[in-house]
Design a protein around this ligand. Structure first.
Ligand code: KIV
Ligand code: ZN
Length: 512
């Protein structure tokens, strides 16, 4: 018998982006949206159109590009927000407006300073305006978790009558527990007049670590859409994690009897992309996408898995996109093999020129590192986000000295707009010395908000992937660099961030 569908609504680009420092540039948002489409997410919430012109343009570009997923913009329940959202999603093949207003006594009194009747009137009006742009209109009762159930039923009756097609019930503050949350969903579906004419949705935050459990309880009670994010990224403790929801529903069909349209093999690439762009690393023991999620350390477990895999494994690593550090290419691989592997990995390459540049970098890497894995290629291609022609600052040569009892020292030559400049500096360590030397040439005066290093693969010859986040004059940028030498990776990441500052390629909604 065909299973009912669970709609996966991804809000990494909207709620996820509200994590401190996780905001993205327009180009980064587009890359994530493409990956979400490749993963066959049903709805991509691409942003909040009225938040800034940058967010508006990002949503519009995503709406122009993405063809297989519905593209959605968030909007408060006011005319200006909804019209901005409507304009932003206009180019989409399938576009949705998601409008919301708070319904809890504390939010209505203290934040909105509106009576429940005024809130209800604003919600109904908002749906009417949104329907001028699209039939696909979603309504959310913000802070539904602390809202009066009678008022929720009243407002949901009214917005459904006004034309809302999806009703989302958010636990905005991550306060609920599974039994209560499931019960709330069941009660609403039981009491709201035309409940069967809409899709019921749940949106849970993770403040008490129960976002996924609460979402799944709502699904068992009848919700057929879950709002979630890659890696559980999101405000405060984050949102429900997409990969956990999808794999729970897939692994326990005996309980949920549902299916999603997700191509689970794209989960790990999506996780890596979001972690790399936002600079939010994934904890090693994170379910599904953590580096240890499928590693068996204890002898008893290893023995069991070798004898019969299912003794300790409920999912297969390759089904969620782990490539088992597969050796793909080496020093002698040709350009065609390289290009084919990129295609197999679903990495978009925009032009022959871009392939040539990437292939040259691949050859450089292959000289330093014997085995090149898929993860190395993914890191290599992320450098493509900033074409070399746009690199105002380039590393020409670099050397550093670090020895017990000596002060670390870095010496480098940078090309600044085509003119070579030499610099040297001492530092607390070689990375500190390198960044100081670069800064002595560039003089950006920016503040370093984040510096993180992550090994891309296993082994001591692994590439280190460095992320730096810089703030300067109210703007925030992230920079990434990868190299087998982490001091060089650090210099590359710092220069990548400086190039973004120089280009005006900053994050759209910077939040410290
Ligand atoms: O958490 C929340 O309530 C939200 C709404 C805007 C859906 O993000
Ligand atoms: Zn939220």
């Amino acid at each position: 018998m065909a299973k009912e569908k669970l709609i996966i609504f991804d809000t990494t680009l909207r709620d996820g982006e509200q994590s401190p420092g996780a905001s993205m540039t327009q180009e980064e948002k587009l890359r994530v949206a493409r990956q979400l489409e490749r993963m066959r997410v049903d709805v991509i919430e691409a942003g909040f159109a009225a938040a800034s012109p940058g967010d508006f343009n990002a949503i519009k570009t995503i709406a122009e590009t993405v063809r297989d997923s519905t593209v959605c913009s968030l909007a408060r329940a006011n005319e200006n927000d909804i019209r901005r959202a409507g304009e932003a999603i206009r180019p989409a093949r399938s576009g949705r407006i998601h409008t919301f207003i708070a319904t809890s006594p504390i939010h209505m009194e203290k934040k909105l300073r509106m009576t429940p009747d005024e809130v209800l009137e604003a919600a109904v009006k908002a749906i009417g305006i949104a329907r001028e742009y699209t039939d696909d209109v979603e309504f959310s009762a913000e802070d539904a978790v602390r809202s009066d159930i009678d008022f929720l039923c009243r407002i949901f009756d009214a917005v459904i009558a006004a034309g809302a097609r999806t009703i989302n019930v958010p636990d905005t503050v991550g306060y609920s527990v599974p039994s209560i949350w499931g019960e709330r969903m069941r009660t609403l579906i039981g009491r709201v007049k035309d409940a069967d004419r809409v899709v019921w949705s749940t949106h849970c935050h993770n403040d008490l670590g129960m976002a996924v459990a609460n979402s799944l309880a709502a699904v068992q009670a009848g919700a057929r859409q879950v709002e979630c994010t890659i890696n559980g990224l999101g405000e405060r403790a984050g949102n429900a994690s997409l990969e956990e929801i999808v794999m729970a529903v897939k692994t326990r069909t005996d309980i949920f009897h549902l299916e999603t349209g997700i191509d689970a093999t794209q989960i790990v690439p999506a996780s890596r992309l979001v972690a790399q762009i936002t600079g939010y690393p994934v904890q090693p023991n994170k379910a599904i996408v953590g580096a240890n999620a499928f590693a068996h350390e204890s002898g008893i477990h290893q023995d069991g898995v070798l004898k019969h895999r299912e003794t300790y494994e409920i999912m297969r690593a390759e089904d969620v996109g782990w490539t088992q550090n597969k050796l793909v290419l080496g020093k002698h691989s040709g350009r065609n093999a390289f290009k084919n592997r990129l295609q197999e990995l679903g990495i978009p390459v925009n032009s022959e020129e871009a392939i040539n540049a990437a292939f040259a970098r691949f050859k450089e890497l292959a000289d330093k590192k014997h085995d090149i894995f898929d993860e190395d290629l993914q890191a290599l291609m992320s450098d493509e986000s900033l074409p070399p022609a746009h690199e105002h600052y380039k590393l020409v040569s670099f050397k550093f000295h670090s020895e017990t009892g000596e002060i670390p020292h870095a010496e480098l030559t940078l090309s600044v707009g085509g003119v070579e400049r030499h610099a040297e500096a001492d530092g607390g360590g070689p990375v500190d010395a390198a960044l100081k030397a670069i800064e002595s040439v560039v003089g950006s005066g920016s503040e370093l908000l984040l510096y993180s290093v992550n090994a891309i693969t296993t082994g001591t010859d692994a590439q280190g992937e460095v992320t730096v986040r810089l703030a300067s004059g109210g703007r925030i940028v992230n920079g990434q660099g990868a190299d087998t030498d982490i001091v060089v990776a650090s210099a590359k990441a710092y220069l990548n961030a400086l190039n973004r500052l120089y280009q005006g390629n900053e994050r759209l909604n910077p939040q410290l």
